[in-house]
Design a protein around this ligand. Sequence first.
Ligand SMILES: NC(=O)c1ccc[n+]([C@@H]2O[C@H](COP(=O)([O-])OP(=O)(O)OC[C@H]3O[C@@H](n4cnc5c(N)ncnc54)[C@H](O)[C@@H]3O)[C@@H](O)[C@H]2O)c1
Length: 400
Amino acid sequence: MSNRPLNVGLVGGGKGAFIVHPHQRAIHFDGTRRVVAGALFPDPKIALEEAANWPYPIRGYGSYDAMIAANKTLPADQKLDYLLIVTPNFVHFDPAMKAMKAGIAVFCEKPLCLNLKEANTLVKTARQLHIPFGVAHTYLGHWTSRFARFIVRSGLLGDVRWVDSYYLQGWLATKLEATGQQQAAWRVDPKRAGGSGCGGDIGTHALMQLRYVTGLNVTALSAQMDRFVAGRQLDDHFTVYCQLSNGGKALVRASQICIGSKNDLGLVVAGTQGTLTWRQEEPERLTICLPNQPDRVYWRGAVTGGDGFLPKELPADLMAEPTIPAGHPEGFHDAFARLHRCFEADVRKWSAGEKFNCDGSQYANVQDGWAGIAFIETSVKSAASNGRWTQFPQFPKTLE
Ligand SMILES: NC(=O)c1ccc[n+]([C@@H]2O[C@H](COP(=O)([O-])OP(=O)(O)OC[C@H]3O[C@@H](n4cnc5c(N)ncnc54)[C@H](O)[C@@H]3O)[C@@H](O)[C@H]2O)c1
């Protein structure tokens, strides 16, 4: 592949689509990746029109089947290096499977798919084919998420006792889907969204932030899933009390009916020696509270070791992350770019026949995606029996 930019193909993204745009901007951030092709819409004619009207030239296809089939005969420098899947949840499994089987790496939107059966098959296939597979849990890409992970996992706060991980929004406080609003319509439809609305859509982000920063897994849970808006089929409010793998406890909660809340994803990790607080709406900083000391506020780009809390030597890879000087704000697009940058590195190694990471330390992988789906399924089961404590499923032995 030499050092030519990686070629990315899009599945989804036409006609008023949302998340494709932050992704495609982030893909182009470094000049080392570019979008070259797309199957942008379910209707082939519209898919081709949308591709022709894309803001820069791309090869348009009438379907992702056609895009994957055409890839076989393209010259080496035009072949797709990875597929980005930005369709509603019910169109994740099929293109991901077909891409992997055609030897194309996959970066897929969250939640991974619709159910555990699909998730098991995706994990198994990615492993058997030994192919990079990323899941777009955006907020792991903030530098401060990486920094929080270092602080908590290196034991600077002692043992984790309690985590509050939340994601609050207000945009579904009314029956927006009845107006035909595109993003609302499929998110409240179990056939297209899966077994949970709010939990699947944003509760999985809160879960992933908890797992990424603490390294802990949920082992059992008690869930309540509410539908505040009359006539809605799926939950718009999701509250899950969790037992953690170290004996600690956590609350993973999400809501889409909190008027005024925008994308209020936050994490509070309370350890035996101190507490960390982080919010994605202010992703440039995190706060550490230690007993009987003034609060410490750390800003991305202005962190130095040996300050009485942090060790003198900070991890070289964390400090070497490409960033801009403190005070020039990084945000949502930077987080996406960091995920694509790390995924690119794995795809390049894989293409060169070298060992690649894809171990969840830099972006969520297919096994993390599996945990998100297991979390949804277990929550649905628990909520159906009025919040009964329910064991989180073991990762299948056959997939280990
Ligand atoms: N990581 C994040 O922060 C984040 C944020 C928003 C959405 N998402 C996820 O991204 C995905 C898309 O969400 P969205 O809000 O952008 O949805 P959207 O409705 O805005 O866009 C979906 C796109 O997929 C297209 N599509 C549907 N079926 C298709 C098919 N068979 N072939 C080709 N294109 C097809 C639609 O035409 C549309 O262009 C969802 O899985 C969602 O959960 C993630």
